[in-house]
Design a protein around this ligand. Sequence first.
Ligand code: FCB
Length: 446
Amino acid sequence: MLSRFDFPEGFIFGAATAAYQIEGSAFGGCGSSHWDTYSATPGNVVRGESGARACDHYHQWPADLDLLQAANLDGYRFSTSWARVMPDGVSINPEGVDFYDRLVDGMLARGLKPFQTLYHWEMPSALADKGGWTNRDTCHRFADFSEAITRRLGDRVASIATINEPWCVAWLSHFMGIHAPGLRDIRAAARAMHHILLAHGLAVERLRGMGQPNLGIVLNFDYAQPASDRPEDVQAAARWDGIFNRWFIEAITRQTYPEIVLEGLSPHMPANWQDDMATIGQKLDWLGINYYTRHLHAHDATQPWPHLRDVPGDRPKTQMGWEIYPEGLHHFLTRMAKDYVGDLPLHVTENGMANADLLEDGRVSDQVREDFLFSHLAATKQAIADGANVQGFFYWSLLDNYEWAEGYDKRFGLVHVDYDTLVRTPKSSYHALARALARNDQGTAR
Ligand code: FCB
């Protein structure tokens, strides 16, 4: 069984959450976001559930931070909701900023390093009304938000990520229609694919100008493999790899977009997008990698570009139906180091699984999650041995929480949440991780 001592000294073990998924958007003067309205529209979210109460973390945060500390974790990845900090998208809600101020101090008091994410999807409705990420102006508003919240927290956070998962923000939400704002439109998608990166670049430029250290972005990756050896299926997987895995990292590190994706998106891109590439290609201080699964792809000539059809793989699947495929994490960690970022620090900012966990006699036994977690930690360790400069691993998620379009149906937590009583119960995976991360008597890793 792996332990803390199998990783380099100073390696950060943490857990991750996001504001809308846990806090409760009905509390503390938080403004409406596009997730409040998307979930209020029939057919978008399982049972029409929203994050209005979620895990009530807005009130229960001290106990939640205690759970992180008691698991022997070193860091906590959290997000600061734009709609809470700026309910109308532009002016500050002092109650919201005070909440994050207390939260960050609470982390520091417990010896937890705060890893902040600026955009984990709470687009204020007032800005969604103006087109959200299809509107270039939103990028400038995001830089303003980044500056405002950093003026308050920047002296205490260990690092800042601008955007969580631009692929989800742009493609999943504007092309596939599965997340807010729920569009299925290639022109909107192309704009969002570009503007989300411009927002990142403008925010990095602004924060670096303020002297803020440790700026990064969190990208998600999906291992794209062809469903067969047929050349058209190989090409289909390459298209998915381009849209999902290459678009964002190549824009940031090379200031270009992959040709295989421009083939489909060029006609729909905003005018003069090329002029933004230098802004997008700001130097990073670290890169966050979220990894969950792989997909097999086949060419589908009956569909418009990108002509894709998913084919189910043969590995065991999680409650989300996602194949368990730890080799993919090793693939992306070593691929990022080799092809894109060299020695730049990498963090696994999310990895985890949903499981139909049952609370029985006050306990939750989730051996399957323990196996998942330790197999992905082993893949991370192997990637380090193979030369990737990985400096942290954050399990998704600390708590069972609002899983977006899946509502409260899918449980990703190390800690079970009863959604009637809001009682938290650490699962067996939580206890296994806490044991693996126990420090020696001096409280240090060695
Ligand atoms: C990621 C999201 C996170 C959570 C996990 C399961 O795409 O960043 O909020 O929903 O998936």
